[in-house]
Design a protein. Structure first.
Length: 218
């Protein structure tokens, strides 16, 4: 079963399927005993070519999840670890998500693009079928797949970060050099009681059942 605990950071434990590509070109599918969704110091970043495509070599270094509900839980926990509002990534029908702990690189894949309206701001944000970014404490950077509408133009969002010192504001930067400041509360969604993960509590929180081990060689 999956257990979430608070020590220095929130963690999810889960037996999920991980794809490992061997030198001979064979795939080995194995279930992970546990995963750790925690943000650590960034040591290096993949090349732009690697970022453009979530390939099997990258997946071999990542914690990979499938299924919409599981991916949504992981997304909420990752945002919480980064200290960002839990409604920042309102994706639907997520089919895959992954996180490389070594670099903070994260990706999310959903079935189709969605245009989400943040009602309190009166602003439309477009989320593509594949979103990638680097997650750190207080921000996500080098974002791909998110666009915001300014007048009649869609502008790609490059970075989303909390204001420093903390003022309760969220700063969104586009690749065109534009910056917008919004109240972070506009991106917060009240959690349902059954969605809360009490990471600070002394007792473990059971989130899901373990997946069966699957091994396949071609």
């Amino acid at each position: 079963m999956i257990v979430a605990r608070r020590k220095n950071s929130c963690k999810i434990r889960h037996n999920c399927t991980r794809h490992v590509l061997h030198k001979g070109g064979h795939f080995h599918y194995e279930a992970q005993n546990h995963t750790h969704l925690s943000l650590k110091k960034i040591h290096h970043s993949p090349s732009s070519q690697t970022m453009a495509l979530v390939d099997d070599e990258l997946k071999a270094k990542a914690e990979v999840y499938y299924d919409d509900e599981i991916c949504k839980q992981c997304t909420r926990l990752l945002l919480k670890e980064a200290g960002l509002p839990n409604g920042l990534l309102p994706l639907k029908d997520i089919v895959e998500c992954g996180y490389v702990e070594e670099t903070g690189y994260v990706w999310l894949k959903q079935k189709k693009r969605i245009d989400h309206v943040f009602q309190s701001l009166g602003r439309v944000v477009s989320y593509g079928t594949e979103i990638t970014a680097f997650a750190e404490k207080g921000r996500i950077r080098k974002v791909k797949g998110i666009k915001t509408r300014e007048l009649m133009v869609w502008l790609p969002v490059e970075e989303i970060s909390l204001d420093e010192p903390a003022t309760g504001k969220l700063i969104c930067k586009s690749i065109a050099g534009f910056s917008k400041i919004f109240p972070a509360s506009a991106f917060h969604i009240p959690e349902k009681e059954n969605e809360k993960a009490n990471c600070a509590g002394p007792k473990p929180v059971v989130l899901m059942e373990r997946a069966a081990r699957v091994v396949k060689n071609n």
